[in-house]
Design a protein around this ligand. Structure first.
Ligand code: GLV
Ligand code: GLV
Length: 316
């Protein structure tokens, strides 16, 4: 019987070739947008395997309408868009794309740290508006990183890469995570201590029931006036409204954000603030990584459909 795989969006790296070699037929949504739920169900209903994006809401309703699906390969490391319980009940394996995107995402975290610390946004704007009046002693002063404390929330692969980069910049590292990680450089501290004592705070935790709004208003209030807050994980893990209020009142120095609550909508108040650097969720967006993610997703699907073990199943 001919196996069918459907990808909800066109992916780089020609994953179709991998399926072709295995005699698996492959189709993909060619529209330059996410599918609406009804469209997704219609196009995926008969597929044996599905490659989904983090913007596809694969809830119990969708999962129960998939007739033959045995594997859903999320084209992301995060999988908060998929109802894992519903998948488990239907015997569907769920996989993600860890490791291949850790360096790319850590690089974006560091880009945001540097950009927020050194006023990249304001400086760029000045040049584009042609209002550069010449070198001056106090033009766009920011904060240096050397000798400062970086507080990492999370101690997974991405956090570990950010930590290594930070060591190169001469930063001290503290971290908070569910458990002490011996492979993580730096000292484990309680979350409140991390928020209160870090010069730079960077989030590297997945979104789930235990981390939704983990970085609450109360915790955000502990930050130093000179603190820099960076989020490349998921918007929902921090109280975004409160963060905006703190930035507006200049209760912290700056923020760098790659992720937002309720994407792709985002709070437009952010665009009025000059002490925040904004990116459109591009943590893993390198040519190398997005191709590697497509191949890993495809190989996960192939492995499961051929009766083998998934390469990178999600922990559930
Ligand atoms: C991107 O945010 C991902 O989860 O891979
Ligand atoms: C992501 O893969 C992480 O573990 O940080």
């Amino acid at each position: 019987m001919n196996l069918k795989v459907f990808a909800t969006y066109k992916l780089p790296g020609n994953p179709g070739a991998l399926f072709g070699k295995e005699g698996i037929s492959f189709s993909e949504n060619l529209l330059p947008r996410l599918l609406r739920t009804e469209e997704l169900i219609e196009q995926a209903a008969e597929a044996d395997g599905i490659i989904s994006l983090l913007g596809d809401k694969i809830d119990a309703d969708v999962i129960n309408k998939l007739k033959k699906c045995r594997v859903i390969a999320n084209y992301a490391v995060g999988f908060n868009n998929i109802d894992l319980n519903a998948a488990r009940e239907r015997g569907i394996t769920v996989t993600n794309t860890p490791d291949v995107l850790s360096a790319a995402t850590a690089e974006i975290a560091f880009l945001l740290i540097l950009a927020a610390a050194r006023n990249l946004n304001a400086g760029e704007k000045m040049m584009r508006n042609k209002v550069f009046l010449g070198w001056s002693p106090e033009l766009l002063l920011g904060y240096g990183l050397e000798g400062k404390t970086l507080g990492l929330v999370g101690a997974g692969r991405i956090a570990q890469k950010v930590a290594k980069m930070a060591l190169g910049f001469g930063m001290n590292i503290i971290y908070f995570s569910r458990s002490v990680k011996p492979e993580m450089p730096g000292r484990f501290v309680p979350l409140s201590e991390l928020m209160a004592t870090s010069d730079v705070i960077s989030l590297h935790i997945p979104l789930d029931e235990t981390t939704n709004n983990l970085i609450s208003a109360d915790l955000l209030d502990l930050m130093k006036p000179s603190a820099i807050f960076v989020n490349t994980a998921r918007g929902e893990v921090a109280d975004e409204k409160h963060l905006i209020a703190l930035l507006k009142k200049r209760k912290i120095y700056a923020a760098g954000l790659d992720v937002y609550t309720n994407e792709p909508n985002f709070n437009h108040a952010l665009t009025t603030l000059d002490n925040v650097v904004l990116l459109p969720h591009i943590g893993s967006a390198t040519f190398e990584t997005r191709t590697a993610m497509a191949h890993l997703a495809a190989n996960n699907v192939i492995s499961v459909l051929k009766g083998g073990e998934p390469i990178t199943p999600v922990a559930s």
